[in-house]
Design a protein around this ligand. Structure first.
Ligand code: 2DT
Length: 216
């Protein structure tokens, strides 16, 4: 399960609320540290295009229930699994901008009957799990000012999502992951370079202990 030098690439995930600078940081890590960059949702594939019309509130002929939207997001991750796996096994480091945790947090925050943590995580079971998740938080003083006008970019909803993120990370069953594969970083008041240098040192100092890929 490794390339010729006996190593495999690391899979690093940057998660967080809207407007915490995830995409900017992922771009920097990708260009400065030579990480391959994946962003979810990937809006380019046919599945991603449906997700994009949903998020941008375009009128669609396809009736989308909250359950189908959730499954589309998951399916969009599955579309890239083989590619990600091959790259990692070839020794390529990868940085991912949103992944399973956003999938669960945004869907659970909708408060739809039956769409609890177990239901929402089931379709992601078997996906490659990040070796390290860096969770960016800010001081929570976000208001509607500065959000775009996509579906989820509303203050009240972001507060709920933030709560669900915390519930997920601090769930008993995720305890081992949190102690060994998780870092929370409060970016309040930091500029882009300050956030970058924090993330860079977290990423640099993290070494994978297991040559096998972790799976959800
Ligand atoms: P961006 O603004 O980062 O493009 O995200 N989302 C994301 C979900 O609801 N489920 C998912 O599985 C993922 C990956 C978060 C667009 C929005 O899509 C939400 C914000």
């Amino acid at each position: 399960m490794s390339n010729i030098t006996g190593t495999r690439g690391k899979l690093i995930l940057i998660e967080g609320l809207d407007r915490t600078g995830k995409t900017t940081q992922c771009n920097l890590i990708s260009s400065r540290l030579n990480y391959k960059y994946y962003k979810f949702p990937n809006r380019e594939t046919p599945i991603g295009q449906i997700i994009n019309s949903y998020l941008t509130k375009q009128v669609s002929d396809i009736p989308l229930s909250d359950q189908s939207v959730h499954l589309l997001f998951s399916s969009n991750r599955w579309e890239f699994q083989n590619e990600i796996k091959t790259a990692l096994l070839n020794g390529q480091n990868i940085i991912v901008d949103r992944y399973i945790y956003s999938g669960i947090a945004y869907s659970v925050a909708k408060n739809v009957a039956g769409m609890d943590y177990n239901w929402c995580s089931a379709c992601d079971r078997g996906l490659i799990k990040p070796d390290l998740t860096v969770f960016l938080i800010n001081d929570g003083n976000f208001d509607n000012h500065g959000f775009g006008d996509e579906l989820y970019e509303k203050h009240e909803f972001q507060v709920k999502v933030s709560q669900v993120f915390m519930d997920i990370f601090y769930k008993q069953e995720n305890k081992d992951y949190i102690s060994n594969h998780f870092k929370q970083l409060d970016v309040s008041g930091m500029n882009i370079e300050e956030v970058y240098s924090n993330i860079e040192s977290i990423v640099d100092s993290f070494t994978i202990k297991d040559l096998n890929l972790l799976l959800f």
